[in-house]
Design a protein around this ligand. Structure first.
Ligand SMILES: *[C@@H]1O[C@H](CO)[C@@H](O)[C@H](O)[C@H]1NC(C)=O
Ligand SMILES: *[C@@H]1O[C@H](CO)[C@@H](O)[C@H](O)[C@H]1NC(C)=O
Ligand SMILES: *[C@@H]1O[C@H](CO)[C@@H](O)[C@H](O)[C@H]1NC(C)=O
Length: 316
């Protein structure tokens, strides 16, 4: 009798040790920010890249282009955010400042696992844009005051922020997706955003440098397992600067590099043109020039080359 009880007890304890109990836990809040970093050497670097990599011989064109790029650089985003949720919180205020080229925000969400260590419920899509915007069609989500696709900061000569041109070439590129992986013991979450210069800034670049603007992007690959292991990898373009935040604190940053290669990746326009005028003349006649040359359609063009990833691994 006692032997039987011991066997049952041991079996029970063994089962507990092997399978644990059902758990529900919160994932960390994940945020990536893309922005053009202000740097005292950026003007010099830009001119050197235009000359040596892009092959711009006219110093006037090079001066105007690099000045415009320096003016459009962003303020550094904060090193940490204390409130990611509320309208009027520090993250919301920053998002409404429009001082970025794009961001991806995957708020903390709950994951439930059964006693055997399998994902037991599909998480609800986190509402990363704002409470009023669904996440299913992010390319249709355009909140002019706060937009994860970012803004082009233009100096006209006062500063304005124009909405970026959203990548629509590949309908499946932008947005969030979920799946269960590794025999249902982990969740895979993917979110991506691609956009480029506002239409008017893109035309100005096109006439100055004879290259179309490429699309920048960030792709977040997040894995959350029932053993609470979390990994985040951000695949991003060489330009601009990209930061990764976990629970509101910056954990990693990759520098903006290879500006020349980035510009070349936009590609030459289909229709060739020659303008023997300086940058100021081009800006003055921009509307007429847009009419005269057929340029690539909004949303359609090349993606910029990818650069160094950002990664984070930890426990939920
Ligand atoms: C992130 O915040 C959650 C609570 O929202 C907490 O459970 C978790 O431990 C934090 N993770 C890290 C890596 O700071
Ligand atoms: C370009 O700017 C430099 C200063 O950065 C100046 O010395 C040079 O004269 C300018 N060239 C033209 C053609 O405007
Ligand atoms: C645009 O094309 C028209 C007609 O060919 C021409 O008269 C005009 O000068 C062009 N404008 C510019 C800014 O090149």
């Amino acid at each position: 009798m006692l032997g039987k009880v011991i066997i049952i007890l041991v079996t029970f304890l063994l089962q507990c040790a092997l399978s644990g109990s059902a758990v529900t836990f919160q994932t960390p809040d994940v945020l990536t920010i893309s922005y053009i970093k202000k740097d005292p050497n950026f003007y010099k670097y830009c001119k050197q890249q235009l000359k040596n990599v892009v092959g711009i011989r006219d110093e006037g064109i090079s001066n105007v282009s690099c000045q415009a790029l320096c003016y459009s650089a962003n303020d550094d985003p904060p090193r940490s955010f204390s409130n990611k949720k509320d309208n009027g919180g520090d993250f919301d205020k920053w998002a409404r400042s429009k001082e970025y080229r794009g961001y991806i925000h995957i708020p903390s969400f709950s994951v439930s696992c059964d006693a055997k260590g399998y994902i037991s419920s599909d998480p609800k899509d986190p509402d990363y844009s704002d409470q009023h915007n669904p996440t299913q069609n992010p390319e249709k989500v355009v909140n002019i005051e706060r937009n994860p696709y970012g803004y082009t900061k233009e100096y006209t000569p006062y500063i304005i922020y124009s909405s970026a041109d959203i990548y629509t070439n590949d309908a499946t590129f932008n947005g969030i997706r979920w799946s269960k992986i590794k025999d249902n013991t982990c969740l895979s979450i993917f979110d991506a955003r691609a956009s480029r210069l506002s239409t008017i800034a893109r035309y100005i670049q096109y006439f100055l440098l004879k290259y179309d603007a490429p699309f920048i992007y960030a792709k977040v690959y997040m894995t959350v397992c029932c053993n609470r292991q979390v990994s985040v990898t951000v695949h991003r373009t060489v330009f601009p600067q990209t930061s990764l935040y976990i629970n509101g604190t910056k954990v990693s940053e990759q520098a903006q590099t290879e500006l020349g290669k980035f510009i070349l990746s936009g590609g030459k326009p289909a229709k060739d043109f020659k303008i023997d005028e300086d940058g100021n003349w081009i800006i003055k006649h921009i509307k007429e020039l847009i009419k005269n040359f057929s340029l690539s359609a909004d949303g359609h063009g090349n993606l910029a080359p990818y650069g160094q990833d950002l990664t984070w691994n930890g426990k939920a």
